[in-house]
Design a protein around this ligand. Sequence first.
Ligand code: ACM
Ligand code: ZN
Length: 537
Amino acid sequence: MKKILSIIVALFVAGFVMAAECVIVPRPALFEAQKGKFTLSSKSVVYVADRSLVRPATMFCTNVADEKGVQLLVVNGEPQTKNALHLLIDKSLGEEEYTLEISKGGVVVKGGSEKGVFYALQSLRQVVFHSKQKGKKVVVDAMTVKDKPHFAYRGGMLDVCRYMFSVEEVKKFIDILALHKINRFHWHLTEDQGWRIEIKKYPELTKIGSVRAGTQVGRYSKREAPVFDGKPYGGFFTQDEVRDIVRYASERYIEVIPEIDMPGHMVAALASYPELGCTKGPYEVRKMWGISQDILCAGRESTFEFVEGVLSEIVELFPSKYIHIGGDEAPKHRWKECPDCQKRIAEEGLKDEHELQGYFMKRVEKFLAKHGRSIIGWDEILDGGVSKTATVMAWRGAKRGIMAAKLGNKVIMSPTTYCYLDYCQTSDREANNEPLAMSVKAKLPIRKVYSFDPYDKLNEEERKVIIGVQGNLWTEYIPNFKHAQHMLLPRLAAIAETGWSYENKDFDDFTRRMHLLRKLYEKCGYNYAPYFFNGIE
Ligand code: ACM
Ligand code: ZN
């Protein structure tokens, strides 16, 4: 009797142990463990039903070779051998949707498009990575995954202006986005402290505007005089480099959305072409952080000629549906004193300088619409009368997103309170040896990031205009890419899970899966922050 009991217990335990647990981040919509195991080896072939799948399949094979030491072969055609992986497009699925069926006999991946297949392969990559290695073979548990994202827009922003990153580093940032099934790279390219993109029509933007004479040391404070390091700092991306990055991202099904921030955050451009400012200068590329009073003059036509000249090259370089035109933090002091700006207000019958900014943004939106593009603007664009067609990126709290949603505008939620990855990650920065971060007061541990509900306080109708979420990495206190990764990871995974798995979030389960994903971060050489993994919040 005792023996029978122990056999029952052993069988139960074996069954329990054998049931695969989901290891995928972001959490899939449906995961079911199945009986059996699939053995992956160098004899396994990845058959792709469509030529367009050769590239994602090859990328997957590179990942498996790097991460498990197993070299797979990609063949265009129907499966001819055992132990095969079969990738196909199934038009009955949504564009980003996929299914993944792993059984003893093989692996079948179906995606609604190449993109869906790519996401399936990101999931399969994680599954394979966490599977048991037996010599040159990998033993993968059978499972069924059916998955699709909740939000269409899942973004990650990188500011390359406060500090500059190399092409290789930007590509690594894109790799990290891709691993988390993020589909938009918002590239913040212009700032007070540096203009970082070559514009052929305006060569001074990079000759003068890409270099600052020094950088503020320590934290920015309105009350204390800044200290500078006295070292010139600069750099920019040539148009060839930009094209290379856009192509690299598109191969990972990521759309690059450039941001040309206007009318504020334009001091680097003013230093290059002083006639663009209300006072006509002189200006110098800003060395300290914070907000500049000097912004583009909205009165003179020459400003719009400049903006249109820049954007004409931007639309050639970036095929994205959206162009981000900033709109944030534009003090109105200069416009109040500028005869040209005041003349514009009078002639256009505008109420005040906020409406002048509304006029500015709408005029730029019209220009971009002629090129078939839509605009995104930071939530300040709500202040001067926003057009119905502008997409609002809410950053000054979710309430700004709620305000936009009530107007019926499309909204991307990216509030400082949940999505600003330049904020520190624990409740006691100094005690936990965290590097200097953006806000002294605001703390953004991953649990808080994870808790974000982009639909909070919105009714059914209003929810429909929330198109997604985004994590933002401003770099005032992030001087190199190693540090950027420390701020980005693991918190980006929490944003990715809100974006992809909104209905299906569970922080305890996320924590369990993140302890696994961290191993993949290590394998990839990503410099993730340790706090969360060490139980420090
Ligand atoms: C912003 O953080 N200034 C959009
Ligand atoms: Zn002016």
